[in-house]
Design a protein around this ligand. Structure first.
Ligand code: ACO
Length: 435
């Protein structure tokens, strides 16, 4: 018997089936042959929230959640953060290999050339309230770009696709900076192509009346590393949304907007904002035991803790904790760090968190750094979306090139009514749910 198979006995019929095992997985479609009777639809796999379902083959990012390992195209993020720039890593994620000097120069030129946005987009943004959430503004403006580049609907055209990828990677930081300035009522700063990718973002965010903005090198380096750590994270909620929306062959602008929407939620990228609000609410170290008690009673969650894949310390959180000290040397120490460190200390010793393997994730310390740099918590998730954009686009490209991929269309277990006839309104009983 072939050893790389799974033998399944259907106890309803007594029949035995051989299902092939490849790369540690069984094809879900092979279970469809398992039927109770001829007119049976066949067995389905029930997996709400895809806890144990691989929806694609991928060569981009590898995570070993038990060991706390994260690799982009095989390279450990610790080495990439130490030795490469964000754009080098974006190139690696998008095209599979680290660039040579000339490849990086062409890519950098391609991205920075696209940082300028259509003037009408500014008018469009003027319609947002001064206190509009920056993630909602970013999502809407990225979707609106679709109306400026109608040729992008041709997602099967390789050259056009490459052009849109460069444009989106180039324009998202500009839109993000405009969202930041809009909330402050400040004029938008046009991109400065003499600056690098991260330095240009800092210029668009923070330049006031000075003739030439000079980014602080320590803050620029910290942002660069934070961006590298946020670049990709395989099939998380937003990347899956990117692949799902893109599988209908929707254009990359609206598809990226869908991914931004998914990232904005507090259980995903929005957790960094939620962490800061939680730390503010806890206030002082003395209030931590009462807070932890509520978490253990299931009344709330310890935001920035826990992960679907990592059952060990998130390697990104480890590195971010180190960056904090360098940033605080420049900005001054964020007092919330003491509360965060004490929360972590208590949680890592507490049976509730130990038993559930809950460790700090990427969002636990990033907000404290961003706040020290002067960002408002509402903006933190935008700082996640900017570097995640090339990651989403790499996932999108891989999905489009994958011959096994079709439009995403899960099945359901229908548990509702069977057939029933409509009764006239005068004969209807009041339903339990009143609208
Ligand atoms: N605080 C308290 N308890 C938690 C937490 C938490 N942060 N996370 C999980 N748990 C508990 C659950 O209550 C559950 O306990 P139970 O078995 O007694 O019911 C157990 O741990 C397993 O939790 P699940 O919700 O099943 O784990 P899941 O993999 O679905 O969730 C998630 C992962 C969403 C990240 C979760 O840990 C969470 O809500 N964390 C807080 C939000 C957060 O930090 N999100 C950012 C994640 S990183 C990112 O997206 C970039």
């Amino acid at each position: 018997m072939n050893k790389n198979t799974l033998s399944v006995t259907d106890n309803r019929t007594g029949k035995i089936y051989e299902i092939p095992i490849e790369h540690g997985a069984v094809p879900a479609i092979d279970f469809r042959q398992i039927k109770e009777s001829e007119d049976d639809f066949g067995l389905m796999c029930y997996d709400p929230s895809y806890s144990n379902t691989a929806a694609c083959r991928s060569n981009i990012t590898y995570i070993d959640g038990d060991k706390g390992i994260l690799l982009y195209r095989g390279y450990p993020i610790e080495q990439l953060a130490e030795e490469c720039t964000f754009l080098e890593c974006a190139y690696l994620t998008l095209y599979g290999e680290l660039p040579t000097e000339s490849q990086l120069s062409t890519f950098t030129h391609g991205v920075l050339r696209h940082t300028m946005i259509h003037e009408n987009v500014k008018k469009f943004m003027e319609g947002f309230n001064y206190d509009a959430h920056p993630m909602s503004m970013l999502m809407s403006t990225v979707a609106a770009l679709s109306t400026y580049y109608p040729e992008s609907v041709d997602v099967r055209h390789e050259e056009l696709r490459t052009e849109q990828v460069l444009r989106i990677v180039g324009q998202v930081p500009t839109l993000a900076a405009y969202c930041y300035r809009h909330r402050r009522g400040l004029p938008y700063n046009y991109p400065d192509d003499e600056l690098g990718y991260v330095e240009n973002l800092m210029h668009m965010l923070w330049k006031r009346t000075e003739h030439k903005y000079k980014p602080h090198p320590v803050l620029a380096k910290a942002l660069e590393v934070l961006f590298i750590l946020h670049l990709d994270h395989e099939q998380n909620c937003s990347s899956t949304t990117m692949r799902t929306a893109g599988s209908s062959l929707a254009d990359p602008y609206v598809t990226t907007a869908a991914a931004i929407a998914a990232l904005s939620g507090p259980l995903h990228g929005g957790a960094n904002e939620a962490v800061l609000r939680m730390l503010d609410e806890i206030g002082s170290v003395n209030n931590i035991p009462a807070f932890i008690k509520e978490v253990k009673e299931g009344k709330r969650r310890l935001m920035g803790f826990g992960h679907r894949v990592y059952k060990n310390y998130d390697p990104r959180a480890k590195m971010i904790k180190r960056i904090a000290d360098e940033v605080f040397e420049v900005t001054g120490r964020n007092p919330r760090l003491d509360t965060a460190l004490e929360l972590e200390r208590i949680a890592l010793q507490d049976e509730y968190f130990v038993a559930r393997k809950l460790y700090p994730n990427v969002d636990f310390y990033s907000g404290i750094i961003y706040q020290a740099m002067g960002f408002n918590p509402a903006y933190f998730t935008v700082l996640f979306a900017i570097p995640r954009t090339p990651g989403w686009l790499a996932q999108w490209e891989e999905m489009l090139m994958d011959k096994e991929q079709k439009i995403a269309r899960p099945r359901q277990l229908y548990l509702g009514y069977g057939h029933r006839d409509v009764v006239p309104m005068s004969e209807r009983a009041e339903s339990a749910v009143a609208v």
